[in-house]
Design a protein around this ligand. Sequence first.
Ligand code: SAH
Length: 462
Amino acid sequence: MNINKNDVFTVRIEDMGSEGEGIGKSEGFTWFIKDAIIGDVVEAKAMKLKKNYGYARLLQVLEPSIHRIEPKCEFHRQCGGCQIQALDYSQQLLFKQNKVSNNLKRIGGFENPNVLPVIGMENPFYYRNKAQFPIRQDKDGSIITGFYAGRSHTVIANTKCYLGIDANETILKKIIRIMEENHISAYNEETGTGLVRHVLIRAGFTTGEIMVCLILNGDKFPCEDKLVENLREVEGMTSISINVNKKNTNVILGDKVRTLWGQDYITDYIGAIKYQISPLSFYQVNPIQTKKLYETALDYAGLSGNETVWDLYCGIGTISLFLAQRAKKVMGVEIVPQAIEDAKNNARINGITNAEFYVGKAEEVLPRKYKEDGEYAEVIVVDPPRKGCDETLLDTIVQMGPKRVVYVSCDSATLARDLRYLCDRGYETVKVQPVDMFGQTVGVESVVLLSRTEGTPRADYN
Ligand code: SAH
């Protein structure tokens, strides 16, 4: 190959990598080109060369792919948020189905995995119920907010993100105006000075309730009354609060919250279950798709009302409470104590009495409950973070031998690894249902049904 660094060349994009980058080949050399999509012919500049592959920067699209569309957001290339906005939505769903399928083949060694078509969104924009906007000062001293440029902490000024709700823009403009009129400073990450760090906005999609929380590098906002007076005008405003974070860290929220006006929380529903969400609590960011994801998990659990079910990595108990509607008993396990408090509270406000929650590591609590208390399960649900399940946990699942395991995953690579482990020890993967929770991005969630193939399940009511 006779292309050197900084050379400009032309290539046809034949595939897309798991991070959404376009992949093209010329003279046996493979190019990875961000923002190029399958089917494009592009002009690109060589940036980094390795032995038989390299990275190049997209200069222009010479022949657009039939799947290329005009992105809504003018910042889609700089912003780190959306990687595949230029790909039409039906192709985004195909891309995600292939990503899951390829990982199951390549990492899991499954020859022909039964990966179903992705359950997509009706509207793949405006779906996020939560946004955290950094507040900064630009070179001219003006207050700006926007998004971090990919892999950096440089803020691109932009109050309009097409993944979030319309009210975000109204709220941000009001806050910026109040800050400018009253000479209130924005936080500076390098010096650790300045007051306003972030604005957190959350919305309950089924209730229309909105929460605003200002994260401050200090205890007080200088004109809190004016802030409340202005923000109250926004339709649906239910909770206005201050969160204090004086630490020089990347972590957005501190642990103290003071409500300035309204309630301490907003309420939202997923299906029939009600959740109270405070600034600090975890809650799924796309509640519409979450409902589809959890309905699939509930369907795969195949409950008749007599079962004992374990929900591992249960967070605030979202899946547990869904399952509790159809099981005899649900036991949730989660490592974060505050999330378990929320789970218990959510059970209480929904009148659910057959769910119990334990704080601890799933890989410690489940083995202990099994060995010491003889606990069992007809169905076990797991929803681990990206790194997947610990082997100790998978071993305990195999020993307990539930009839079905439902694996909810946000990372199909670790999913593939864990499915292989379980399938070498008496389970089979029946089906894999990806669900799109994050349109325009390369993220994909999956729900997998595993069924026991060896021996008789310990307790079988069905
Ligand atoms: N099922 C939950 C969210 C799961 S996200 C819901 O629907 O809301 C993964 C969760 O696993 C997070 O809440 C995280 O705090 C928790 N977690 C991480 N490591 C864990 C471990 N070793 N044991 C138990 N929980 C863990």
